[in-house]
Design a protein around this ligand. Structure first.
Ligand code: ZN
Ligand code: FE
Length: 256
């Protein structure tokens, strides 16, 4: 089974999984990169998995379904291009002969879901949409900081070797912010240098893995004394009122 990030728009990835015959894609905001890949590799599109309703994740769904007859799966609680099979946390969906566990991860949007496949050759796979990014997390458009923190906690509990397939190449800007939060984190400095090399060579920084994210992602580390101290140094009053996680998220929104 091959896992390929198809670049789309300025910084999206449409994740494709294929076995040389059949393929599935996750969050196709644009049909064209998928149609090109299907033709190039001689693949039939079997399934389309969608994490949330934003156009950069759903824009290509209808065209791909019409062109290929692929089965579409998406969140139960969001506006979606019909018809599709709607899913919520605790359910499973079968695609490519694999079983994907559906997780509710509200925060970026109210009904955002993630797909986790444990029994995968190589290592477990997580398609987390715009909830978890490498070194960062999604903006809180529809959810509260507490919801997002709980969603990230549930993702961070997945096995160390879980491959984290995020939908945006935001890693370098996330890591610059992470360095402002944790200037003394040596793993973070190392990973930033590694990602700078990858981007300079035109390569994706993704997938990441969960062990690494727990070491370098400030949004998974908001209960550590050093991170709390850093949030308080940025805004003591806010950290006291709403906690380190909400302060980090606001700090990141304003960070340039
Ligand atoms: Zn989004
Ligand atoms: Fe997005």
């Amino acid at each position: 089974m091959k896992l390929i990030p198809l670049p789309a728009f300025a910084d999206n990835y449409i994740w494709m999984l294929h076995d040389g015959h059949k393929a599935m894609v996750v969050d196709p905001g644009d049909a064209q990169p998928v149609l090109d890949a299907l033709q190039r590799e001689g693949l039939l599109l079997e399934s389309i998995l969608v994490t949330h309703h934003h156009a950069d994740h759903t824009g290509g769904v209808a065209e791909l379904r019409n062109a290929t007859g692929a089965q579409v799966y998406g969140p139960a609680g969001e506006e979606m291009p019909e018809p599709l099979q709607r899913l919520s946390g605790g359910q499973t969906c079968n695609a490519m002969g694999l079983s994907f566990q559906v997780m509710d991860v509200p925060g970026h949007t109210a009904g955002h879901i993630a797909y986790y496949c444990e029994a995968m050759d190589g290592a477990p796979l997580l398609f987390c949409g715009d909830t978890l990014f490498s070194g960062g997390c999604g903006r809180l458009f529809e959810g509260t900081p507490a919801q997002m923190l709980a969603s990230l906690d549930s993702l961070a509990a997945l096995p160390n070797d879980t491959r984290v397939c995020c939908t945006h190449e935001y890693t370098l800007s996330n890591l610059k912010f992470a360095c402002a939060v944790e200037p003394a984190n040596a793993e973070l400095q190392q990973y930033l240098a590694h990602c700078q090399q990858l981007r300079a060579a035109g390569l994706p920084t993704l997938p990441s893995n969960m062990a690494l994210e727990r070491q370098i992602n400030p949004f998974l580390r908001s209960r550590l004394p050093t991170v709390i101290a850093s949030a308080a140094e940025h805004d003591a009053e806010m950290t006291k009122q709403v906690g380190a996680f909400a302060t980090l998220r606001q700090w990141k929104n304003d960070y340039r």
